[in-house]
Design a protein around this ligand. Structure first.
Ligand SMILES: [Zn+2]
Length: 456
């Protein structure tokens, strides 16, 4: 059984923390530790590498090598990991987590508690973005890395928590400027945006060095949006019946070829589509982890669920389920065609709880035809490649940031094993199982102080 080896060096801080009953097994981020005799599973190797040790120093992986080959500094703490598997931290590439009170009540920690060390947030409050990206602000202890769009742009405000209305190209320029100045990493667009407004968004975003991702505006279409440089497309345009019909010979070929050639990434978000289609199914409303959702969120989901189930008759329910089945076939066709895929769950949307829903998405991607290893790669190295961060994230390699998950079984054998977390390392800070359990039941609140200085 893996455990901290007895007799390791105790720092004063450590003793104080233990005496106060706080985070007794959570080392500070600047301490070194060795994960010894572990099997490494990442997106590069076709077979897991057993008998390896990984030395973490500060927030980085200092070295990786066969057991006994590393030279850790004297006094380095050792995590005996015989029989365990070490993979890179997971990314949920489609979340809605940046809104209040979700941020202040500490719910972001639910991602980390599930091994999700990074998220791409696809629509949240501008003010929360501004506070989160304030210069000089330090990431919270149990806060995942966050790449964020702030509010999405559409002609009408569908959700004041996540969207912003823009009707003219001039408004689009002002909106992109405001979102960029709040610290956004990219701009998210939505379905109903008129063509000329979309073009204005692309132009202003490019001028500011920001990629554009999101829903393809209906007026533009997926082929054209990809050619214009849209970086990722969400939900396979499920809202308007999908891109094409993979059952029709040749229907999808040229579009998928465009996606592959231009590396236009696709985020199928199968879990949220399934949840919407199967609200009568106990598997959705009793999904693992929902007991850890904040009460206000459970109540909100339950209200939406009741409303939808009451307003739909059996025929409509059948139609919705049929559409989800078709989306599954579309995702399968994208996977077969070798189009780059992102694992995103729409966490925050209906019964998609932070962290937990990514594991559901990975299971559905495997059902759609990915191998477990491909699913793992998609949520790790794939995400890093999309973000242009493959030099610092996405694999277990010396020099990279120490974002890691330690598992009881091999996730490349069965992706469900990615849920079996023994520990999570985030930026060199180790959360062992008791620390993860604490995050689930009493998440740390995330500090969001200070405001962003207006730019010149
Ligand atoms: Zn979304």
């Amino acid at each position: 059984m893996a455990s901290w080896r007895q007799g390791y060096r105790l720092s004063t801080l450590w003793i104080l923390a233990a005496a106060a009953g706080l985070a007794a097994c959570r080392p500070a981020a600047d301490e070194a530790f060795l994960i010894r005799d572990v099997t490494i599973v990442d997106g590069r190797e076709s077979t897991p590498l057993s008998g390896m040790s990984v030395l973490v120093e500060g927030n980085r992986i200092a070295s990786v090598g066969p057991v006994g080959s590393l030279r850790p500094p004297p006094g380095t703490r050792v995590f005996e990991a015989g029989g365990l598997y070490l993979a890179p931290g997971l990314w949920d590439m489609h979340t809605h987590a940046l809104w209040e009170p979700f941020v202040s009540d500490g719910s972001l920690a639910l991602f980390v508690a599930n091994g999700v060390t990074g998220i791409r947030d696809m629509g949240g409050e501008l003010e929360v973005l501004r506070r989160l990206k304030a210069p000089g602000r330090e990431r919270g202890e149990a806060e995942p890395r966050i790449v964020a769009s702030g509010p999405w742009l559409n002609v009408e405000e569908l959700d004041s928590r996540a969207g912003m209305a823009v009707v003219t190209p001039a408004e689009a320029l002002r909106a992109v400027a405001a979102i960029a100045e709040a610290g956004a990493d990219f701009i998210k667009v939505y379905l109903q945006l008129p063509r000329e407004v979309f073009l204005a968004v692309l132009q202003e975003a490019a001028a500011r060095g920001l990629p554009v991702a999101g829903h393809v505006p209906i007026e533009v279409g997926a082929q054209k949006a990809a050619e214009l440089g849209m970086r990722s497309i969400e939900h396979m345009q499920a809202e308007i019946g999908g891109y094409c019909n993979p059952e029709e010979t040749g229907d999808c070929v040229s579009l998928f070829e465009t996606f592959r050639r231009l590396r236009t990434w696709q985020t199928p978000t199968l879990v949220v589509r399934r949840n919407r289609a199967h609200l009568e199914d106990p598997a959705v409303v009793e999904a693992p982890g929902l007991e850890f959702a904040p009460a206000y969120l459970r109540e909100e989901w339950e209200a939406v669920r009741t409303l939808r189930l009451e307003s739909m008759d059996a025929e409509e329910l059948d139609a919705v389920r049929g559409r989800f089945a078709a989306e599954g076939r579309l995702a399968a066709a994208l996977i077969r065609a070798g189009v780059p895929i992102l694992a995103g769950s729409d966490a925050g949307d209906l019964y998609c709880l932070a962290g937990f829903s990514l594991h559901e998405e990975l299971a559905l991607l495997v059902e759609a035809g990915m191998s477990a290893r491909e699913a793992l790669r998609t949520a790790t190295l794939g995400a890093a490649e999309y973000l242009g961060l493959e030099d610092s994230l996405g694999t277990v390699e010396a020099g990279k940031l120490a974002d890691l998950i330690l598992l009881e079984a091999d996730p490349s054998e069965n992706i469900a094993n990615a849920r079996r977390l023994r520990a999570v390392v985030l930026g060199g800070r180790l959360f062992d199982r008791p620390a993860l359990d604490r995050l689930l039941s009493a998440p740390d609140s995330v500090e969001l102080r200070g405001s962003r200085e207006p730019e010149e």
